[in-house]
Design a protein around this ligand. Structure first.
Ligand SMILES: Nc1ncnc2c1ncn2[C@@H]1O[C@H](COP(=O)(O)OP(=O)(O)OP(=O)(O)O)[C@@H](O)[C@H]1O
Ligand SMILES: Cc1ncc(COP(=O)(O)O)c(N)n1
Length: 446
């Protein structure tokens, strides 16, 4: 029995790795599905433009499909860029022999504006491929072309989805709302005579390859056995995260980040383990004199671009407190449990992205002097210099303080302290790349 599920993408290659086959394979991997490919066309492409297109002979496209279906087996398939009518006919003739679910992303024009489907091939797509589709995933412009209607609102999208399904014989149609105006990205599914909406807040981010990755995510989840509506629900979460966390590469439309889906949970687990271990070691050191009145926290953040809010930073729930002659973590390591120190590390990471961990300890002149003697770089900020507009903004003091201290220092400071204010205890914060490095600095001042 084959334990791993397989998904096949029949699509073009994007040398920029943002869309096409490359996006599909990364998406399949993110869902733990083994990816198979039938390449239809090789494009020379980056984030700004498509500069060459070389179509693969139709019989070679068909043979790639046959080769993998007959040996490995395909649990679900998708099509992307099909480029010309001959390839479309060859693909239709081949896939109709098999009974796997088929998601059709009717790719027509790249985000950068280049046509990826010949004008005269649209009819072939409608005639040969759409009748075989389990789901068709047009964006606004593709849906306008396929339905012959103008789409400006979600209501228009509903009518277009129904019309495309009824006229082409596709089993289901989802008209995507990425190109519609409004604060939500709303996709409208028409399936079994009913409508369902999928919505997510529109995010600022990277959108090259969204359509490819979205349809690949649906395909992967169909391969895993989810029903169509559930598969789309997962894909919607996946694509929203991928857009929000895209790496800003190239000079044009940056690509969706397909790894975020697995990288964030994996990183969170590593952070949890490393920080828990470091907290245990800190307890063993029993540094009672380093614990301030408000307690100590010890934090470790997700790397950028995933570190966005305090929810992305792990800390000790209830902080670390004095307990007789020892120190004790009140609760376990969790994400989103630190406020002040998490803000400090997020602010510090804006200048030094690799420095993701920090601990706060009691302020005293001796500790600061000792740190300097040990070769640690020290900087500070003065809460009395805080501008009024910063004071009035909730949660803005610490980022302002860290920025001020970082800018004041000639070199990267290992330690930043402040002398307190009315009702605010003075404090020292020690930064490091990871909890282990932070502990080494704590040892130096012990
Ligand atoms: N800025 C955004 N924020 C959140 N979701 C978005 C955004 N833009 C697009 N989406 C979602 O991404 C998915 C793909 O939609 P889109 O309309 O961008 O497809 P597309 O134009 O085919 O993509 P592409 O051609 O870039 O590959 C849909 O679920 C859509 O709602
Ligand atoms: C090979 C290939 N397939 C599909 C797309 C569409 O993606 P986008 O509209 O995001 O450019 C593309 N640019 N290249």
């Amino acid at each position: 029995m084959r334990l791993v599920k397989t998904a096949l993408t029949i699509a073009g290659s994007d040398s920029g790795g943002g869309a096409g086959i490359e996006a599909d394979l990364k998406t399949f991997t993110a869902f733990g599905v083994h990816g198979l490919v039938a390449i239809t066309s090789v494009t020379a492409q980056n984030t700004t433009s498509v500069t060459a297109i070389h179509d693969i002979p139709p019989e070679v496209v068909a043979e790639q499909i046959r080769a993998v279906v007959e040996d490995i087996g395909v649990d679900a398939a998708k099509t992307g860029m099909l480029s010309n009518a001959e390839i479309i006919k060859a693909v239709a003739k081949t896939v109709e022999k098999y009974d796997f679910p088929l998601v059709v992303d009717p790719v027509m024009i790249a985000k950068s504006g280049a046509p990826l489907l010949r004008e005269d091939a649209v009819d072939a797509l409608v005639k040969y491929i759409l009748p075989l589709a389990t789901l068709v995933t047009p964006n606004r412009f593709e849906a306008e072309k396929l339905s012959g209607m103008e789409i400006k609102t979600v209501e228009d999208a509903r009518r277009a989805a129904k019309k495309i399904a009824e006229e082409t014989g596709a089993k289901a149609v989802i008209v995507k709302g990425g190109h519609l105006s409004g604060e939500y990205a709303i996709d409208v599914l028409y399936h079994n005579g009913t409508f369902k909406e999928y919505r997510a807040p529109k995010v600022e981010g990277c959108t090259h390859g969204t359509g490819c990755s979205f349809s690949a995510a649906i395909t992967a989840n169909l391969a895993k056995g989810l029903g169509l509506e559930d598969a789309i629900g997962v894909a919607k979460k996946f694509i929203t995260l991928g857009i929000a966390t895209g790496h800003r590469i190239g000079h044009g439309h940056c690509p969706v980040n397909q790894s975020a889906w697995i990288e964030i949970p994996a990183e969170k687990w590593r952070i949890y383990k490393e920080l828990s271990e470091a907290v245990r070691k800190f307890e063993e050191m029993s540094p009672v004199h380093l614990i301030p009145e408000v307690g100590t926290n010890f934090v470790y953040s997700l790397p950028l671009p995933y570190a966005r809010t305090i929810e992305d930073v792990a800390g000790v729930k209830g902080r670390i407190v004095k307990y007789g002659n020892s120190v004790k973590a009140v609760g376990p390591v969790e994400f989103g449990v630190s406020d002040h120190l998490a803000r400090a590390v997020l602010a510090y990471m804006r200048f030094y992205p690799e420095y993701r961990s920090a601990i706060n300890v009691r302020y005293s002149e001796e500790i600061v002097e000792l740190a300097k003697e040990q070769g640690l770089k020290v900087s500070f900020y003065d809460r009395r210099e805080e501008p009024i507009e910063v004071k009035e903004k909730e949660g803005a003091t610490i980022p302002w303080g860290i920025e001020t201290a970082v800018k004041r220092a000639k070199n990267r400071p290992d330690i930043i302290y402040h002398l307190g204010d009315i009702g605010k205890e003075p404090m020292i914060i020690i930064f490091g790349k990871n909890p282990r490095e932070v502990l080494e600095k704590v040892r130096l001042i012990l």
